[in-house]
Design a binder for this molecule. Structure first.
Ligand SMILES: [Zn+2]
Length: 369
């Protein structure tokens, strides 16, 4: 018999309705409007159909469904979800389409080759994935791993330092994954850190002058719970001015205070991300962001390379109205050299390549080339 469950890290599964042993309606948990992550067992050799109804028309974009305007040539293909037999290698379904007779409903079907499979709205990046990545880099001589705090739910909040020259007086700080449902950012960050660890040329010149402090996953609790954004805190990225604030944010604020006192802080940034891969232009923040006003931090010497412009966003006046990282930096330190970006790409390798590129751009920024 086929069974479906959500009893693992990052799972998100609501009520499952079994119509037959090969057709299931996947219910969404009430804390999400479109996201799901579940496990199927007993599925080897079976072609199983899943239907899922997202709660609003706006999530049509997130599911990548196409509403053809030409009835002669219907195109109701659907980009998501992804499936994996091992939790690491992800693939598309054989068949994923908009369901014709029920609004806001997608239908995905696959003949499974293994007896256990994971199905996720997108390619996930979990807290377990982060810890595996950290274990893989912790012995590198330039890397230091620290635990800054325990999250509200008691998980370790790690910080990764990249310091080739521990006497270096300049510093770049990055925070990543403030929103649980933006896993692309963590793949980009892996590429960035990997590029820094390789060294050579401009990267080593960068690291001679500048240390990195990176908080790779802010919304750990939400990632573990499989809840979008910040879990019980809704949009965690808006809680920087709370007093008292969440232990994760308080710990990062303490770090920032230390950096400001001990180093010349060149740039502070946050890596956000896309909700999924393979974004069509309509839901690609690279396009979306182009429509917004983009300002370069005041002491950036030159425009960055267009291959991957990380969308440096200077402090536009309205940022002051938001209770976000940038606002904290402005109000507490009158610090304006920050940026925010949504990383998007077609697959994890593409995101890692973007992260590597970003490291090169940061070298150019710091070295003033
Ligand atoms: Zn975000």
């Amino acid at each position: 018999m086929v069974t479906i469950d959500g009893e693992f890290e990052n799972a998100s599964l609501g009520l499952v309705t079994r119509y037959s042993d090969t057709w299931f309606q996947i219910g969404l948990r009430p804390d999400t409007a479109y996201w799901t992550h579940f496990r199927v067992r007993g599925c080897r050799g079976k072609e199983i159909t899943f239907t899922l109804t997202y709660t609003e028309r706006m999530h049509t974009n997130r599911w990548g469904t196409v509403e053809s305007t030409n009835p002669e040539r219907p195109d109701d293909r659907c980009r998501n979800p992804y499936l994996s037999y091992d939790g690491h290698t992800w693939q598309h379904f054989d068949h994923a389409r908009r369901y014709v007779t029920v609004p806001h409903t997608v239908c995905f079907r696959h003949r499974f080759e293994e007896d256990e499979a994971f199905v996720c709205y997108t390619i996930p990046y979990t807290y377990g994935d982060l810890n595996r990545f950290i274990d893989g880099i912790r012995d590198h001589p330039w890397i230091t791993i620290e635990t800054l705090a325990q999250t509200t739910d008691g998980h370790d909040l790690p910080m990764i330092s990249v310091a080739k020259n521990r006497e270096a007086t300049e510093l770049i700080g990055l925070i990543c994954r403030e929103d649980s449902d933006e896993p692309t950012s963590n793949f980009a960050l892996e590429g960035l850190i990997g590029r820094l660890m390789e060294g050579g040329g401009e990267i080593e010149a960068l690291l001679d002058r500048c240390q990195f402090r990176i908080v790779p996953m802010v919304a750990i609790d939400a990632v573990v719970m499989g809840s979008p954004y910040g879990g019980p805190w809704d949009v965690m990225a808006r809680r920087w001015l709370d007093d008292p604030t969440l232990p994760e944010i308080a710990a990062i604020k303490d770090q920032v205070r230390g950096w400001m006192g001990s180093h010349r802080v060149r740039l502070l940034g946050k890596l956000h991300g896309g909700q999924t891969f393979d974004n069509p232009p309509v839901w690609d923040f690279r396009v979306f962001d182009h429509a917004l006003r983009k300002l370069i931090p005041k002491d950036l010497p030159a425009e960055l390379d267009p291959i991957w412009n990380p969308f440096l966003r200077d402090a536009v006046p309205w940022v002051r109205e938001l209770t976000i990282f940038e606002t904290h930096l402005q109000q507490e330190y009158d610090f304006w050299n920050f940026f925010s970006t949504h990383t998007n790409g077609k697959d994890p390798d593409n995101l890692k390549a973007q992260g590597r590129r970003f490291a090169d751009l940061l070298a150019r920024f710091v070295l003033g080339a």
